[in-house]
Design a protein around this ligand. Structure first.
Ligand code: SF4
Length: 283
């Protein structure tokens, strides 16, 4: 008789943490659990126009750079790409969507004008970096990375909603800190700088990171990760009203029901409208 070897038990996969996951945990532990442990976000997610707007721009710029950037394509070709990449979800009306589409086209024309800087080369766009931190992998998706003549690696994050930015904000931005850390690990021979590029205004600010800054970022990530990784399906986390998170959270209905928070609902869809969401009468 043929004896079959016992199947090996699957080794548990090493968890991954990203700026979005860490940011969600810092904003609300329960939201983190609902999203990444219970994985119920798809039942509650409602499309938002600002997500669609940002995603359309990111996809357009990714295609634009993949095909050679401003050196090989005209502003008109860039705007054509926008029409292909555009997603309509989440806009309140056709008029609002058209107005946003027009604004996106204008912003991309300006992006094209300002893109070429002598001696600077785009190394990659929309690339995920990953680093083994021992207990977990740290990952982050960079919008763009440019190489300067002096060897500096500039990582660039596009912001589609903001008009201005200051260097200090980059130093205090969780995602930018993690991107800079990841870039320094994955490209150890490079000095790294991080830039936020406000697509609507063309304004930018850049921060450079020293070895001490990067060591501090590593300590911070390891400290928060040890908390996050203790969260599992058995973690019992009570909803707690967080004024700057709950009103716009997709899970508000769920938490409101559990805690008997009184929040208004629209009669037709059962969804909470944005103005009504801010009306929390009592707990
Ligand atoms: S509604 Fe508030 S408490 Fe509930 S998951 Fe969202 S942010 Fe957290």
């Amino acid at each position: 008789m043929l004896i079959r070897p016992k199947p090996k038990p699957n080794k548990p996969r090493k968890p991954t943490l990203s700026p979005t996951k860490i940011g969600t945990y810092l904003a609300c532990r329960l939201k983190y659990k609902f999203t990444y442990i219970d994985k119920i976000a798809r039942f509650y997610y409602r499309p938002k126009s600002y997500h669609s707007f940002g995603a359309s721009l990111h996809r357009t710029l990714e295609e634009f750079h993949k095909e050679g950037g401003a050196e090989t394509q005209s502003p008109e070709q860039l705007v054509e790409k926008l029409h292909t990449a555009w997603t309509s979800q989440g806009y309140a009306s056709r008029e609002e969507e058209q107005q946003r589409l027009g604004a996106a086209a204008e912003l991309l024309e300006n992006y094209h004008k300002e893109y070429l800087v002598e001696g600077v080369q785009t190394l990659f766009t929309e690339k995920q970096l990953k680093w083994d931190m021992g207990e977990f992998y740290l990952i982050g998706r960079l919008d763009r990375a440019d190489e300067h003549p002096n060897g500096l690696l500039e990582i660039i994050d596009y912001k589609s909603g903001r008009m201005s930015v200051a260097e200090e904000e980059i130093r205090n931005d969780l995602a930018m800190n993690i991107y800079a850390y990841l870039a320094s690990k994955c490209y150890p021979d490079r000095h790294v700088a991080a830039t936020i590029y406000c697509l609507r205004s063309g304004e930018k600010a850049t921060a450079e990171f020293t070895d001490e800054d990067l060591a501090e970022i590593e300590d911070g990530v390891l400290a928060i990760a040890s908390d996050i990784l203790q969260t599992d399906e058995d973690s019992d986390i009570e909803p707690e009203w967080i004024p700057n998170e709950c009103p716009n959270c997709d899970f508000l209905r769920l938490c409101a029901r559990r805690m008997q928070w009184e929040v208004a609902e629209t009669p037709d869809s059962g969804m909470l409208s944005s103005s009504e969401r801010t009306t929390r009468l009592s707990r």
